[in-house]
Ligand binder design. Structure first.
Ligand SMILES: Nc1ncnc2c1ncn2[C@@H]1O[C@H](COP(=O)(O)OP(=O)(O)OP(=O)(O)O)[C@@H](O)[C@H]1O
Length: 606
């Protein structure tokens, strides 16, 4: 295979969707909303920063006049030593004020920016936590991470320097222009000839530079995505000996990243000399035209010197304004993405006057419940069922028949699209979500382990539980044995994806977590699927303890684990087909009977 074809094939395999839109046109409404985050600081940091900005600008505008017009023309030419000393003292004093104001300006501006970023990130994270499952169904963890980190970071510069520098540059520019025209209108007009050149630099060249930096960002985010996936999937990569392809692809984006950096830095390098060149042209005009003005006594030497100082200050804000403009456009794109998340409403929302069920009994009823994830395909088609408090009910059926969906509706991770789900006789929508979920525990097949110790992981659902209670919970489900064998026992550090624990051990840990939380309703979704037959005896024992005194819903493909259930509900394509206990369903010789027979045949063949 040709090298290029191979590269194309590899590229097709690794596809990363990145947020391609990096800049957006300026939008006042969005800017206003963004500025709303500055509001809490409008009584302290904001006015203080403004004050220092105004102070430093005023000092910068006064000093050249003192040096040129007063020191040169008055004190030196007229040999007025007293005035000279006053001037030296004043200039020194002004510089001192400027030094202090500048130090404070940088400190306060940074504090303001950091505070705004802190608030924005906190707001976004808090909001994302409240969003419903549907939001997470349609987005990768990576893309959410990018918004909370990268997009907010890209606003950081805008807030820490951009917005306030904008004011400073604006003030400076207006001040300088007014002074230049006051000192000598013809000289000021002559200098303004360079403005179009300057304008060209700040728009066209800056645009090119901005585009190159955007490419750099894009390449970097691809590199990040690939790195993330490579490390997470390293075991599969090695198992399928795909390391070479992986390295080749990495090499490809790494090279692209390198070239984009090179391109951006080269373009950036052109910018400065360009500014300096226009500066030089400006100075040439100043000397040539200024000298003739001095000769015909239109201006004094002091005025000429002051003019030269102000001219130096003229280019600086112009070139920086272009930079702030770039920051603004990038900030628009980032803030649009941030606001898109913030505007996302939790689909499952608290009722206006929620009923707080403090002591739930655990009666569950479904009345002609319909549900669709995508508004199109129905996952449940009019399901009606009753589960009495303390009963153990098993949900059985082929893959995709709707078992997990029933569990999702009981926890109110989604709302039914038709019919009613009731807990203890209340419509689930009228209950406070907090009181509902705090009395339901869900144990999944893939137990999520948070980074921390085993002790902390078991304690997750009840952070105030004492160590003894945690240990008692672990003992009750038979997890104690393996935990004690670990190097640091209950204090062993574990991490998601870190493989300190086997799948079965993780499962036992999640049982301990559930029993400690002491829920009224327990949902076990394929919780025993990854446990070997030998451990299953132990797990059955653990389950007995776990299920005592609670309403339990067990979802299991392995039918041996649910024989003892009070009621077995057989689902197919979102409909209830059969229900009854094991003996009753076996007698019926329907779907359940066929499923049991099929599993026996598999076991025999195995
Ligand atoms: N988040 C989702 N978004 C869209 N469709 C979904 C989602 N989750 C499940 N579905 C669809 O809803 C239907 C029922 O899924 P459900 O997870 O309830 O099945 P299940 O019986 O639990 O299957 P399994 O035994 O494989 O876990 C399936 O057709 C599935 O493709």
């Amino acid at each position: 295979m040709q090298k290029k074809e191979k590269q194309d094939l590899i590229k097709q395999r690794f596809y990363y969707s990145t947020d391609q839109i990096i800049e957006k046109p300026f939008n006042w409404k969005q800017m206003g909303r963004l500025m709303g985050y500055i509001k809490p600081y409008s009584k302290n940091l904001l006015p203080l920063s403004f004050l220092t900005v105004i102070l430093t600008t005023i000092v910068r505008l006064i000093v050249p006049i003192l040096i040129g017009v007063y020191t040169l023309d008055k004190a030196i030419v007229q040999k007025d030593l007293d005035l000279l000393w006053v001037l030296v003292g004043s200039i020194f004093g002004l510089y001192l004020v400027s030094y202090v104001a500048n130090t404070l300006r940088i400190r306060w501006m940074n504090m303001l920016g950091q505070n705004v970023i802190y608030d924005l990130r906190k707001h976004l994270f808090t909001h994302v936590q409240s969003l419903s499952h549907r939001f997470f169904d349609s987005r990768s963890a990576g893309s959410i991470l990018v918004r909370i980190m990268n997009d907010i970071n890209s606003l950081q510069e805008l807030f820490t320097s951009g917005v306030i520098n904008l004011l400073m540059d604006f003030l400076l520019l207006i001040g300088v222009i007014v002074i230049l025209f006051t000192i000598s209108p013809p000289l000021a007009l002559a200098i303004m000839i360079i403005l179009p050149v300057m304008f060209f630099i700040s728009t066209s060249l800056r645009k090119k530079i901005r585009r190159s930096w955007q490419t750099v960002r894009l390449k970097q985010s691809m590199l990040n995505s690939h790195l993330n996936e490579s490390i997470q999937g390293i075991r599969v990569t090695q198992a399928y000996t795909q390391e070479k392809e992986n390295i080749e692809f990495f090499d490809g984006i790494n090279t692209e990243n390198f070239s984009s950096w090179q391109d951006a830095t080269q373009k950036n390098a052109v910018f400065r000399p360009f500014v300096e060149m226009t500066n030089a042209i400006g100075t040439a005009i100043l000397i040539w035209f200024g000298a003739s003005l001095i000769a015909n006594e239109s201006i004094t030497i002091g005025e000429f010197v002051s003019f030269a100082f102000y001219l130096g200050m003229f280019w600086e804000p112009i070139s920086r304004l272009g930079q702030v403009y770039n920051q603004l456009l990038m900030g628009m794109a980032s803030s649009e993405r941030i606001f898109e998340f913030l505007d996302e409403k939790p689909i499952v929302s608290e009722s206006d006057d929620p009923v707080v069920l403090l002591d739930m009994k655990g009666d569950i009823a479904f009345d002609k419940v319909e549900f669709s994830y995508d508004g199109n395909r129905k996952a449940l088609k009019g399901v009606s069922l009753q589960i009495a408090s303390g009963q153990t009910v098993a949900l059985v059926g082929h893959t995709g028949s709707g078992k997990t969906t029933i569990a999702n509706l009981i926890s109110r991770f989604y709302d039914a699209t038709g019919g009613e789900v009731k807990i203890d006789g209340y419509n689930i929508r009228d209950l406070s979500i907090g009181s509902l979920r705090s009395q339901i525990s869900v144990v999944l097949q893939d137990t999520f382990i948070f980074s921390g110790t085993i002790m902390e992981n078991i304690r997750f659902g009840r952070p105030d539980a004492a160590d003894e209670e945690v240990i008692a919970a672990a003992e009750a489900v038979g997890a104690d044995e393996f935990i004690k064998d670990l190097v640091n026992g209950y204090e062993t550090e574990v991490e998601e994806r870190g493989n300190v624990l086997s799948v079965g051990e993780r499962q036992l840990l999640s049982f301990a977590r559930a029993i400690l939380a002491d829920p009224k309703i327990l949902i076990l979704d394929e919780a025993t699927a990854s446990i070997d037959t030998e451990s299953e005896v132990k797990i059955q024992q653990a389950l007995k303890t776990l299920l005592k005194g609670r309403t339990a819903i067990m979802i299991a493909h392995r039918l041996s684990t649910i024989r003892e259930a009070d009621n077995i509900i057989v689902l197919d394509h979102g409909n209830i087909m059969e229900q009854g206990n094991h003996e009753e369903l076996m007698k019926q010789q329907g779907i359940y009977y066929e499923l049991v027979k099929a599993q026996f045949r598999m076991l025999d063949a195995g």
